[in-house]
Design a protein around this ligand. Sequence first.
Ligand SMILES: Nc1ncnc2c1ncn2[C@@H]1O[C@H](COP(=O)(O)OP(=O)(O)O)[C@@H](O)[C@H]1O
Ligand SMILES: [Mg+2]
Length: 351
Amino acid sequence: MRLNKTIGILGGGQLAKMLAIAAANLGFNINIYCPDRDCPAAQVASKVIFGNYDDSDNLVAFAKNVDILTYEFENIDTKALEELDQQVEIRPSIKALKISQDRYTEKSYLNSLGIKTTQFYKIDSVADIEKLLNRLKKPILIKTRRLGYDGKGQVLIKNQDDINKYFLGKSLAPSIAEEVISFDRELSIIIVRDKKGNIKAFEPGENVHEHGILLTTTLPTSTSEVLKNNATIIAKKIVNDLGYIGVMGVEFFLKEQGLYVNEIAPRVHNSGHWTMDGSYSSQFQQHIRAIMDLPLLSTERHSDVIMYNLIGTVTSNLVNNELAKVYIYGKKDVLPGRKMGHVNLIKKKGS
Ligand SMILES: Nc1ncnc2c1ncn2[C@@H]1O[C@H](COP(=O)(O)OP(=O)(O)O)[C@@H](O)[C@H]1O
Ligand SMILES: [Mg+2]
């Protein structure tokens, strides 16, 4: 193992913080690039450079001092990244980032691999929404193609009144419309691939969202082995096709025994936080190992686990439960809908 290498992370939120801790435990130096001086990752990083994500000069200066560059979120301007790509290896690749940062490109890509998604339509104007609603005569979800997360940038349109309320007289960002799917449940898979093509997948977890924000992830799910296997096969197909290096989160809708991919995230994922305490390895350790060419670890689950997000609060009864593993991100301001931390409640597998 070669120590003292430096990993650069674009983004300084909780995912970067947990990646930085996993990397530090392997003896790597961590440099963080983010615009916010109070970012969670600053609490644990060796070095933090403050700058905006479209500031090419600053980014280039940052990348000069790192051996490998990775990122904790997908909404980074790819023009700036392309410049960096000439200079330092970016893992996962810019290709994966480009696909997943635009919902239209992402779903088209998945369909091109023969993977099912919900029915979606390109929306470039309010007139497009009106035409589609008149044609389908059922509710549609309008989602901005870029920059959405935790349900932000999404509105449900049921009738013309909704269109007037949300869009009339406003400029519309390039968007997609999605048919609303009444799924039986949501699942996700955390998968990791290394440069040689070795792949490990964690067991699929079951997710519950409220207003587009993840509330809980539960393992095990009562989903059949066949479906769990199929979900893993789909996730493998994606990472293999991309020649992917690192951890990816793949979100699924399950309906009448059919699997639809909702979205892919080219990074560690909130629905994979259970791995920190329920599995022999965490998604953060796996990501660092994959991008630094270290052997991948076992993804076997050793405990039953429910991951609870602490949303808009850090004072939950859960944090005092004696079986709770508590992670508080250290964000300065508590805001409604903001992820402030999470708790893994674990018990012996099958007990
Ligand atoms: N077409 C849909 N039909 C029903 N529910 C949906 C649909 N799209 C999204 N949702 C719900 O909203 C959540 C967030 O949507 P998602 O597309 O994953 O956006 P984000 O990037 O904000 O996570 C999903 O996990 C699901 O619970
Ligand atoms: Mg999502």
